[in-house]
Design a protein around this ligand. Structure first.
Ligand code: ATP
Ligand code: MG
Length: 239
């Protein structure tokens, strides 16, 4: 689906992010340029503290840069408007984090419904849960699901509003490799079947093989970009 000539979905130019704590400055991003093409699956790799999460949060409108611009489908985000960022997140972005943040007192289906109730053109929650292989577990509570299943509920919740962008920060970070494969399979299926432009942060270099393209971070910058000649299936990875 994705190729080097697809339209650019999301673009960021010369992003910097400086955290100031008292007199100490942390330069988390030092001039990042990035483009994500429609339907592309990009993996972000790099050492702890190199700025991966900071970039992902800025691309998703959860955080704002100290300088630089973010352009979604040709329109610059109004980074100074909380309301504009809210609408951008609500209408276009799905997030998945390392910890699933499900509501314990709600079933899988109800957790997904929380999002679909406020979305413009949502999928029915059972359809989103079926996409991640949980059609049989819809009425289970989080405590009745394994870690990998809970993460797949979190993915269903993120994609049920049919986001244009799916941003995943270490989605398999808390999972063993076998469970991680199921979670990556779910993310890949969404990327392929819905054409959702996807960015995924991982510490595990092996996972980079599922991507179209890999961005290598070091010290607040993207230091290398590589295009994979072959995209491997999660089950083929040598974890
Ligand atoms: N809210 C914050 N306040 C101050 N400094 C921060 C804040 N968030 C991140 N940083 C600093 O910014 C730098 C980049 O952090 P970031 O979380 O983006 O790294 P990362 O690549 O995601 O690391 P990890 O792989 O450990 O998750 C780090 O030095 C971090 O300590
Ligand atoms: Mg991080």
């Amino acid at each position: 689906m994705e190729n080097e000539t697809s339209a650019i979905a999301l673009e960021a130019r010369d992003l910097t992010k400086i955290y100031r704590m008292g007199t100490v400055e942390v330069r988390a991003l030092r001039g990042v340029d990035v483009e994500l093409r429609e339907g592309e699956l990009v993996v972000l790799l790099g050492p702890s503290g190199s700025g991966k999460s900071t970039l992902l949060n800025i691309l998703g409108g959860l955080d704002t840069p100290s300088s630089g611009t973010v352009i979604f489908r040709g329109r610059e985000l109004a980074l100074d408007s909380e309301r504009a960022l809210n609408l951008y997140r609500r209408n276009h972005v799905g997030f998945v984090f390392q910890f699933y943040n499900l509501i314990p007192s709600l079933t899988a289906r109800e957790n997904v419904s929380l999002v679909t109730e406020i979305a413009r053109d949502p999928m029915p929650p059972p359809e989103a849960l079926a996409m991640v292989g949980l059609a049989e577990r819809m009425d289970h509570f989080p405590a009745q699901l394994s870690g990998g299943e809970q993460q797949r509920v979190a993915i269903a919740r993120a994609i049920a509003k049919r986001p244009d962008l799916l941003l995943c920060d270490e989605p398999t970070g808390a999972l063993d490799s076998k469970t991680g494969i199921l979670v990556l399979d779910a993310i890949l299926r969404i990327n392929r079947e819905l054409g959702t432009t996807t960015a995924l942060i991982t510490h595990n270099a092996v996972i980079a093989e599922i991507a179209n393209r890999v961005l290598y971070f070091a010290d607040g910058r993207i230091v290398e970009t590589r295009r994979n000649a072959v995209q491997r299936a999660p089950a083929e990875l040598a974890w």
